[in-house]
Design a protein around this ligand. Structure first.
Ligand code: NAP
Length: 244
């Protein structure tokens, strides 16, 4: 019987998990969606591209049996997470959802929670200079913003974009100093982010606190019911050890 573990990746946690599993001698295959042109590759084997929904992943798991699946995709990769839950149930494959905790406000923060990118766009419509750090996908929701918009993403965003957009191409992690300089340079009045959590991109929150400007945060999508969860790579390693 195979001892292979499938990691659904695209995050720093997925890369750390793959590296630790390879170190432990576990046969790891990481799956990437293929969204980023030049991705940071994890240790172990890698496959790229969608599976074709829950059915496609189910078929894939039947054709390429694995001992367990760890869904370490981004907290906002809700379609993949739902597909993984359905395919794991259909094929009887053990599944763990590895998801880092969301961010929590600190004294001095002015955080405004919203339920979607569309609601975030409504929340910042009255600001003169908006920093959009929600990633390349979903920017369409902000296309009608009248103010200046600073958009940061790893790869160039596709239209439609707000009329007065400046694009900065960059991949985290970012330092607080660099975030402060960028926000000052563009006279940013409000920051928009998903509640991604983690340390790699949290410097913008510290910078916003120091500049005393508000942050609009998009709440995470809910997790599929009944799926085991881990908040850290260490917890995920312990779970895998119990299955391999
Ligand atoms: P999504 O909306 O949940 O998924 C859309 C489709 O992309 C899925 O149905 C699946 O296609 C494919 N897919 C997603 N993750 C995959 C993976 N790891 N391996 C193979 N196929 C995958 O996902 P998304 O938000 O577009 O995210 C895509 C990738 O970017 C993920 O790896 C995620 O971890 C990473 N990421 C996302 C965000 C974000 O804000 N959403 C931020 C940073 C990184 P099929 O249905 O054909 O299988």
């Amino acid at each position: 019987m195979t001892s292979r573990v499938l990691v659904l990746g695209g995050t720093g946690e997925a890369r750390r998990l793959a590296a630790a599993l390879v170190d432990d001698g576990v046969d790891v295959l990481t799956s990437l969606a293929g969204r980023v042109a030049d991705p940071v590759l994890p240790a172990g084997e890698v496959r790229v591209g969608g599976f074709g929904g829950a059915e496609g992943l189910g078929d894939w798991l039947r054709a390429h049996p694995v001992r367990a699946v760890v869904d370490a995709t981004h907290p906002f990769a809700a379609v993949m997470t739902a597909s993984a839950a359905r395919a794991a149930e259909a094929t009887g494959t053990p599944l763990l959802r590895l998801q880092r905790p969301g961010w929590t406000p600190q004294p001095g923060d002015d955080w405004r929670w919203v339920g979607s990118l569309r609601e975030a766009a409504d929340a910042v419509a009255g600001f003169g200079s908006v920093f959009l750090t929600t990633g390349r996908q979903g920017l369409r929701a902000f296309a009608d913003l009248p103010g200046r918009c600073l958009v940061r993403s790893v790869d160039p965003p596709e239209p439609p974009l707000p009329a007065r957009t400046t694009v900065v191409l960059a991949r985290g992690p970012f330092t607080v100093g660099a975030e402060l300089a960028l926000m000052r340079e563009h006279a940013v009045e409000v920051v928009v982010t998903k509640d991604s959590g983690g340390h790699l991109t949290e410097a913008k929150l510290t910078a916003a606190r120091q500049l005393e400007i508000p942050v609009v945060l998009v709440r995470r999508p809910p997790l599929p019911p009944g799926v085991a969860t881990a908040a850290t790579v260490e917890e995920a390693l312990a779970w895998v050890a119990g299955h391999v």
